[in-house]
Ligand binder design. Sequence first.
Ligand code: ATP
Ligand code: MG
Length: 374
Amino acid sequence: MELPSDALLAQIINAASDAIICVDQRQQITFFNDGAAHIFGYDAPEVIGEKLDRLIPARFHAAHRSHVRNFAHSPVPARRMAERSRVTGLRKDGSEFAAEASISKVMSDNGPLYAVILRDVSDERAAAHSNERLLVEMQRAVRARDDLLGLVSHDLRNPVNAVRMLAGAILRSAAEGEALPPHVAEHASVMQQAASQMDALIQDLLDVTRIEAGRLLMAPQPMASALLVAGALETMRPIAESRGLRLSSKVEPGTPPVMADPDRITQVFSNLIGNALRFSPDGEEVWIEAHVAAPLVTFSVHDRGAGITPEELPFVFDRFWQAKRTNRSGAGLGLSICRGIVHALGGQIWIVSDVGKGTVVSFTLPMAGEEPTA
Ligand SMILES: Nc1ncnc2c1ncn2[C@@H]1O[C@H](COP(=O)(O)OP(=O)(O)OP(=O)(O)O)[C@@H](O)[C@H]1O
Ligand SMILES: [Mg+2]
């Protein structure tokens, strides 16, 4: 390999963006490259022959001199940047900046010389500081929002349940033949329904907060897949029948049991089937399929409803997201909660949809006895 000529080396050193400064034994500057001129704001002739102290804030002079003395007497030929702590530089205009410096000892004909290579890191530091500050502020805002959401949801449940129970008591009196003013039973029924809706929404908000905070508790246990599906159908049948929709299932024979929290999986199925029913035309069919794909079991909810456009599909799992043109009941929390529950149980959830043809929402659960994959 051919070594570069002295002239070429000089060019390389001069063009380096780092400051390269040489000082002699008396700490007088003997070399000052273009990088140093750029960083410190001096032209080379202004500082050649001057003490290195010119480039260091006064309060660091004593410490710096003792550093150099120690280094002069140490057998270590060079210290690299990583071995040195950050230093502070002083520009011609009096401003200071954070820098990273390395120093090496070189023997010349006139005795030892010290070569300092220094990099201005004030921009990096400022950027890192402002990023850290932003991150802390963001985390604080998210925590405050979640705390508020949790608190409000929790404290709303009691009064809402009181309304629901009292409306139920009025309805029971009416059913038992008590004479009530006209419309009271009708109003009580509306109140009860509204309070139930409110309670469901509060539950969802609480779940979302728990998922966000990673505090969604699961009690997985081995559950027969066919039983989970049958339970889900039974829960949702009254809603389907009220709309004249058929509800059915196709569980592949031999589908093994899964690890599931039964209440939470009922919640997943209720939302998925609820969505499927809501977006299906009257008289249509909604069905659940289940089959094994070891070590997982895949469950899917099928409808022949309106479908979801490819543009909307990426957003359906976002909290509070609902397609604009669709039937706007609910809060847009169901799918994000389903995803939180399925993930917490070690499964995955996804949607395939064809506009005008229908939608299939599938999720997996680990087979009982298998380690969760997520
Ligand atoms: N089976 C489906 N067919 C067509 N669109 C659907 C289907 N399931 C979900 N979507 C679309 O995704 C949106 C989000 O669904 P998600 O279950 O999260 O909320 P929601 O049902 O609107 O309200 P919530 O579940 O909180 O009561 C729905 O509003 C709808 O636009
Ligand atoms: Mg829903």
